[in-house]
Write a protein that binds this ligand. Structure first.
Ligand code: C2E
Ligand code: MG
Ligand code: MG
Length: 389
């Protein structure tokens, strides 16, 4: 995959873009020779068969391909590359035996900041098999209700009250509690994750309902639920969410949907549509992990969020000092968000010194290990009536 190729198209025009692809192809073809083959999968994605002894030359070329545009300009065209070198005697039974490993390596290459050329190896093979096993287990695990929400309180730093919570998924599988990092990435490779997200919403609503029905005058704190970005191209999502809330008769303002920043225009439009429709139904949405993705000011200008969750990487510590970039950015983002009418939550606050820094900067709501880890339902519910920090 030619990285960021659409930018080159925008910058130099489509004709120059076509020309860049052609030259890039010619350059590669010159190396791999007549025994090799390059096919275009579509857009800026290519697959190439080449003799083994050409690999070094090929990787060097793909790393540094410089293409001349005209007399005055040339551009570097970096690529993300997955390489599969089969063992002697490898006999593929179908195209997937070759494309599978290539695509696995390619996916790693695309997400890697550096090392954009990735060889398929044992580790990747294991990872692939592990992911496949998780994907296979999903429907049974959903049917057997092996996934459960844990709840992490969001605390008002001034009053010490739990003013809300975030539902985080835990997988109870064979006497083990598996954390999301071990299964969410596998589920995000397909739209499987969407099933889990709706399951979580349904379970949280069910538990909120049971809590309300459990006694006189119980208060409900708003609960947020993570929805993977994979969901946002689903045009029915806002209606589906609303239907689940209504099924359990949960007030719309008692549930908040957490979504992360998007990486491109198409996703941005989907995100805006989704959040706008939720907003019209009285269901809030928050930007999760704000700051670490591709935050643009449009994200705040054009989308009716209720809450911004500032990622833990941007939460300052007294050690950083008042003059640190981190502290200044935190205060700046906070001031801007407040001016725009958003609530702010600082995520991942762990220490006294962070608490002081964050509180003095004027951030009122804090979620982090300083107060509580994500808790099983019973423990969280105990907090709701009893605990003030
Ligand atoms: P997130 O939505 O940003 O959730 C916050 C994560 O930070 C949680 O990890 C939480 O346990 C952790 N955390 C909270 N306070 C602290 C702290 O003070 N220090 C540190 N170091 N960490 C803190 P967890 O539960 O392992 O979840 C990880 C991620 O998995 C979540 O990040 C979210 O992106 C994803 N996730 C969890 N449940 C779901 C789900 O049901 N659906 C989807 N799509 N994603 C989920
Ligand atoms: Mg979250
Ligand atoms: Mg977060």
């Amino acid at each position: 995959n030619l990285r960021h190729f659409s930018l080159l198209n925008q910058e130099f025009g489509r004709e120059a873009g076509d020309n860049i692809i052609r030259q890039h192809y010619d350059g590669l073809m010159k190396i791999i020779g007549k025994e090799g083959y390059i096919g275009r999968l579509g857009g800026d994605n290519f697959v190439c068969l080449a003799p083994k002894d050409k690999i070094n030359e090929i990787t060097e070329y793909l790393n540094e391909a410089v293409i001349r545009i005209d007399e005055y300009s040339s551009v570097k065209v970096p690529s993300s590359v997955g390489i599969f070198v089969p063992d002697e005697g490898f006999k593929p039974k179908d195209p997937g035996d070759i494309m599978g490993p290539i695509i696995s390596a390619m996916r790693v290459a695309q997400t890697a900041g550096r090392g954009r050329i990735i060889f398929f190896n044992e580790n990747l093979m294991e990872q692939r098999q592990k992911n496949a096993r998780i994907q296979q287990k999903l429907s049974d695990a959903l049917a057997n209700e092996e996934f459960r929400p844990y709840y992490q309180p969001k605390v008002n730093v001034k009053t010490g009250e739990s003013v809300g919570g975030e539902a985080l998924c835990r997988w109870f599988h064979k006497d083990r509690i598996i954390p999301p990092a071990e299964f969410i990435p596998a589920l995000e490779q397909t739209s499987d994750i969407c099933k889990l997200d709706l399951y979580m919403l349904e379970h949280v609503c069910k538990e909120q309902r049971a809590w309300l029905d459990g006694g006189e005058g119980r208060i409900l704190v708003p609960m947020s639920i993570n929805f993977s970005r994979k969901n946002i191209m689903n045009m029915d999502l806002p209606n589906t969410i609303e239907r689940i809330l209504d099924k359990y008769n949960i007030p719309h303002d008692a549930i908040e949907i957490e979504l992360t920043e998007t990486t491109n225009d198409v996703e941005f439009n989907d995100l805006r549509r989704t959040v706008t429709e939720l907003y019209a139904k009285g269901i809030s949405a928050s930007v999760d992990d704000f700051g670490v993705g591709y935050s643009s000011l449009n994200l705040l200008k054009d989308i009716p969020w209720t809450t911004i969750k500032i990622d833990k990487n941007f939460v300052p510590d007294e050690e950083d000092g008042e003059n640190s970039v981190k502290h200044k950015m935190f205060c700046g983002v906070l001031a801007m968000a407040k001016n725009l009418g958003f609530k702010c939550v600082a995520e991942g606050v762990e220490t006294d010194s962070q608490i002081r820094m964050v509180r003095d900067a004027g951030c009122e709501i804090i979620q982090g290990f300083y107060y509580d880890k994500p808790l099983p339902r019973e423990e969280f519910e105990a907090r709701m009536v009893t605990k003030k920090y």
